[in-house]
Design a protein around this ligand. Sequence first.
Ligand SMILES: C[S@@+](CC[C@H](N)C(=O)[O-])C[C@H]1O[C@@H](n2cnc3c(N)ncnc32)[C@H](O)[C@@H]1O
Length: 198
Amino acid sequence: MSEKLPNALAYSHQLLKHIISRGNTVVDCTVGNGNDTLLLANLVGKTGSVYGFDIQQTAINHTHDRLKANGLNEENIHLFTASHSQLDHFLPKKSLISAAIFNLGYLPGGDKSIITHPESTIEAIKGCLNHLKQNGLVVIVIYYGHPGGQTEKNAILDFGKSLDQKKFAALTYQFINQKHEPPFVLVIQNIAPTVKNS
Ligand SMILES: C[S@@+](CC[C@H](N)C(=O)[O-])C[C@H]1O[C@@H](n2cnc3c(N)ncnc32)[C@H](O)[C@@H]1O
């Protein structure tokens, strides 16, 4: 390898690019400034669908504007001002997704007191796993340096460790010798055959 190992964010994008094809259905569970939404929209193309969630209306508005500015057809991109824990109400029944992405913590440049919380995050991860195709990925970038971040990190790792290894593969990607609690990735793959039809 002639390049540096990617940081957590870059690694999460590598995983998404690897698993997502044109026409797929995918979910952005923490839309924020829309960086991941934009990537997902480009990866699925006009024939795919993106479902995005954020509890902050400003984040959803900003991302709508950003998609438009990038010439992306919004008809196949569905953004909701709603908690990701509600995603099952918004995704078409029996739909299968090839990937979901989470960026936990607070919105950079926004209100730092609005953060993701373990209960709703785990509810949302479970919702994504229920819709995940065989070999599909739920990619979670875990920021934990802020107040409340450690608790969320520990709860999510405990959840990941509790998953049945016959159904899911769960792994972390983390630099263990860096200062200041850099983010790391938890990725969960559905390794069992799925029966839902998309
Ligand atoms: C780290 S930021 C996301 C950054 C984003 N992926 C980007 O590309 O800019 C975390 C986001 O999660 C949102 N959030 C917090 N709790 C949420 C919830 N229960 N459901 C959906 N979004 C939530 C926050 O409003 C914030 O915008």
